[in-house]
Write a protein that binds this ligand. Sequence first.
Ligand code: MLT
Length: 271
Amino acid sequence: MNGPAFANFPAPAFTVHSRFLPASRSTKHVVVLLHPFPFSSVFWDGVAKEFRTLRNDTALILIDLPGFGLSTPRTQWDFSSFALELRGVIEQHTRRSVIIGGLSMGGYAAFEFFRMNPDLVRGLVLSNTRAEADSERERNERAVFAEDVLKVGAEAVIKRNYPNFITEKTDPETAGQVRKWIYDATPAATASALMAMANRRDSTEILPKISVPTLVIASSRDRITRSTAMRKMAKAITNSRFIEIESAAHLSATEMPQAWADALNKFIEPL
Ligand code: MLT
C-alpha cells in the first residue's frame, strides 16, 4: 500500500546525533566518545585529529548528547534511556563491540552504557569523571543552576564552571574555544543535562564488576574531579590502568589532545 497507509509511520527512532569517522584501512577497533557538560561532539575534534596521526585502523564515533550539537532537544532525559538509544546508534555504524570513552558527564554516560549493554563493551576509557551519584546538596544545587540557566542563559555556566574548566596556564586560544562552546549550547539543553546528571544512578557498585580493560585518565590541575579520587576509582576496577595528564585542568582532552590521543592509542594497541 502507498500514500495514506504510511501517514502515521513513526518518526525515525534515533534522535541522538553521531559522527562516524571511518578507519582508513581495515577496521580493527571502534571507539565511541562521549563529551562533557555542556559541550557537543566538537569537543573531541582535537583528539580525533591527533589520533588520526597515530593509527589508521580505528573508527571513531563522536556522539552529541541529548540537546547538544545536532541531537534532538529534549526537556527531560536520563542516562539509562540515553544508553539504550546509544546502543541503537552504535549498531547503525558497526556490528562489533566497541571501546566506550567518556569525559566527566560523558563518563557518567559511559558507566550507564556499560551497565545497560555490557555485551557491547570491549574496553572503557573514564576521563576526569567519577562513579558516585550526586549528594542531596549537589542535586539541590543543580536544580538551582538549571533554573538560573533558563533565566540568564550561558552566563550561569560561565559563572559556575568556566573558572574550573581552565587555569591561568591554559592556552588562551583553548580557553576562548571553551568559552565559545559554552555559549553554543542552548539553555534548554544545558538545563536538561543538569537535571539528568542530578538524577543519575550511583555507579560505585559496578566498579568491581568491570572486567573489560579500562583506562582511567586524570589530570594534575583538575579541581572538579581530583586526581587522587580518580586513582582510587581506578584501584576499584580490576583490569585498569591509571594515567595523569600533566598541566591540564578538568577538560584534559581539549587542553592536551595529543597526550589524550596518545594514551588512547597505547591503551587500545593490545586489545
Ligand atoms: C562536566 O564536565 O561534564 C561536568 O563538570 C560534570 C558535572 O558537573 O558533574
